[in-house]
Ligand binder design. Structure first.
Ligand code: PMP
Length: 432
């Protein structure tokens, strides 16, 4: 038998979408519910399902496939690294791992002494940041609280879940790691209270404040201007870490390498820790916690954290290739222009179901006038567009950064014409 995919068990065969869905529901844990479609192939901003239907991918694996699907540069970089050195333990270094860490520090504008911890996912990057926060207790051990924001999403492992605000995600898994407090989103007075001498005397000092510059899962909500600058002042004064979770917003998604680098969002501040993942590997699982400056970088010292796969040379090569293409093809400017176009075209269409578009770059939410986002997402799929109902009344768009102007107009045409019938009036139960 020749050494083909078939002979080593990788073959999937010719199966219809319905048959795949049935197999999925027998073999894959029901965590995500039934798949909307079973996808078999992608190219650029398009994917194809098992029945041969094509979709414009306006979600990109939830802000992941920065270069779209099957990008030749990414494919070549991954193949070349896999054919050279596929994995080594973290007892050793590799050129791609080292180059990626250097590149992330340079792109983040991190000062001398900064260091990177490489992970396989956003959640793991957040866990590393959480552990740094725990280590930032201060000489007298008094910094015991970690603050996060209402609506915030940081992952589903126990530490990351403790930072995540949503009760429905948290409650089945309590008790979660303690010492985490949620502060109302975007409310500077509430933040002042959390750092106030009275709060510190009653509840302990603050070790870290963890925030998303633009909340993703909460419905694409940018922080109000000035918030991060204020947060920087409070955290610096308290000796607390300012941790920016850029898992969703990082790596070009909002039109800059990191969202905090946009003056309207970051106000010129430098954080202590930035977490990234999603778009970093262009679809390959890779993430990072970037620690800014010597103090943050030494919180997780020798022997205090670990991972088998983090820093894997193939994942690192994927990330280097993704960053390289974003730079070579000037995708940051492209994201800003395409995001503006998409937003303008959708708003200009004047569909009474759409009240506006918010977000930055190519992380956008289409605000609906009625809570019919699941129906709109289903209609999109039927029309050949992949979008996400991020809230009952909001659709999230996070397309590949390579989305073209024509593809943006195609998407806008969908939002110009989509309708969802009004729910029929409930039948009168009055007895006659
Ligand atoms: N942080 C943020 C801001 C996220 O949006 C996500 C994923 N939606 C995570 C963390 C968790 O990342 P992952 O799913 O890669 O573990």
């Amino acid at each position: 038998m020749s050494d083909t995919l078939e002979s080593v068990g990788g073959a999937v065969g010719e199966v219809s979408g319905a048959a795949w869905t049935a197999r999925y529901s027998r073999a894959v844990m029901d965590t995500f519910g039934p798949p909307q479609r079973v996808l078999v192939r992608g190219e650029g901003a398009y994917v194809w399902d098992a029945d041969g239907r094509r979709y414009l991918d306006l979600l990109a694996g939830i802000a992941v496939n920065a270069l779209g699907h099957a990008h030749p540069t990414l494919t070549a970089a991954i193949s070349a690294q896999l054919g050279t050195l596929g994995h080594v333990s973290n007892f050793f270094g590799t050129p791609t791992q080292i180059a990626l860490a250097e590149r992330l520090l340079a792109l983040a504008g991190a000062p001398d002494g900064s260091r990177v911890f490489l992970t396989n996912s956003g959640t793991e990057a957040v866990e590393a940041a959480f552990k740094m926060a725990r280590r930032n207790r201060g000489d007298d051990g008094s910094r015991t609280r970690v603050l996060a924001l209402g609506g915030g999403f940081h992952g589903r492992s126990m530490g990351a879940l403790a930072l995540t605000a949503k009760a429905a995600y948290r409650e089945p898994f309590e008790p979660l790691p303690g010492g985490v407090e949620h502060v109302p989103f975007g409310d500077t007075a509430a933040l002042d209270e959390a750092f106030s001498p009275a709060a510190v005397a009653a509840r302990g000092g603050v070790a870290a404040l963890v925030v998303e510059p633009v909340q993703g899962e909460a419905g694409v909500r940018p922080l109000p201007p000035g918030y991060l600058a204020h947060a920087r002042e409070l955290t610096s004064r308290a000796g607390a870490l300012l941790v920016l979770d850029e898992v969703q917003t990082g790596v070009g998604r909002t039109g800059s390498w990191f969202a905090f680098q946009q003056p309207e969002i970051g106000g010129g501040v430098l954080p202590d820790v930035v977490t990234v993942a999603k778009g970093l590997g262009g679809g390959f699982p890779v993430g990072a916690a970037i620690a800014f400056g010597h103090r943050a970088a030494t919180l997780l010292g020798r022997g205090q954290h670990g991972t088998t796969f983090g820093g894997n040379p193939v994942a690192s090569a994927a990330a280097l290739a993704t960053l390289g293409v974003i730079e070579r093809d000037e995708l940051l400017a492209h994201v800003r222009a395409t995001g503006d176009l998409l937003r303008r075209e959708i708003e200009a269409a004047g569909n009474p179901l759409v009240s506006g578009v918010r977000g930055r770059g190519l992380l956008l939410a289409v605000q609906l006038t009625r809570p019919v986002a699941p129906q709109v997402a289903a209609a999109a799929l039927d029309a050949g567009f992949i979008v996400n109902a991020v809230a009952p009344d909001a659709i999230r768009l996070a397309p590949p950064l390579i989305l073209t102007a024509d593809q943006s107009r195609d998407a806008a045409r969908f939002f110009a014409t989509v309708t969802v019938p009004e729910a029929p009036e409930p039948e009168s139960s009055e007895e006659t």
